[in-house]
Ligand binder design. Sequence first.
Ligand SMILES: C[S@@+](CC[C@H](N)C(=O)[O-])C[C@H]1O[C@@H](n2cnc3c(N)ncnc32)[C@H](O)[C@@H]1O
Length: 272
Amino acid sequence: MVSTQPAGFGPVFDATRQHFLRWTPPLWGPLGAATTEVSAPRVGERVLDVCCGAGSSALTAAVRVGPTGAVDGVDLSTELLDHARTVAARQGLANARFIEADITEYSAERPYDVVQSVFGVFFLQPDMNGAATRLLDLLRPGGRFAATVWAEGSIDEVGAAIFDAVRELRPNLPTSSPVTESAKSLDTEEKLHAWLTQLGLEDVEVTEIPLRVPLPTEEAWSFVLGTGLHALIISLDEDERERVRTRYLEFLVERGITEVRADALVGLGLRP
Ligand SMILES: C[S@@+](CC[C@H](N)C(=O)[O-])C[C@H]1O[C@@H](n2cnc3c(N)ncnc32)[C@H](O)[C@@H]1O
């Protein structure tokens, strides 16, 4: 049976590096920038970017807070953090630090003005709510918490195609995972608003970010390799991967899938 988390999220996202970067301009980059528009870090503020990956939202925040501010990006993936550090150095962003750590065990000496997470909170298992409560403790009173999640239906069609392809080899592949269930529990404006309110945040608002990403056949396998979908294939050997790749591409053609629906929701609230 293929576990959806065979090696932990750090190694899974390490393995995505080359392809994750391929999908940064059309996917991770715009959604990270859109999140930072909503969390709106101001000059001089301190920002914690949770599950920062290759740094799309953290780097944008670092530009906004300027040299008198600071951004701490935290992630488990050595490879994605390495890329984020390289870009920060190239852009002269000495105010951005990238820290390899499990965010559920992270603590800080001083509170942050903003805690933001783009496609991160639903990875915080087995207790997403407990982990989010700990993150809010890292905020100063009046500080902003922003969480970006997939809107209902996003990634579903491509996800189903790769899932169905892997299932042909691994009939016992679980139909869901704690990450998927947590993501589904936040995938509408109402659900995300209710979750942030339940966490104790005030003045909660949810912003919809519509996004469609073209998926030409020659790039479609890269999408699996460059996203969390990589978890489904990471434990397959080369021969199995090739069989899955072929079936996945056939499913995309049969189902007429030529783009990825990548609509996101950004929830924002203030710590009382
Ligand atoms: C879908 S990626 C999003 C990355 C980035 N925020 C972006 O939007 O480009 C999810 C990230 O969460 C990280 N992650 C998952 N669980 C984590 C944990 N417990 N602590 C720190 N990072 C974690 C993974 O390593 C991965 O880089």
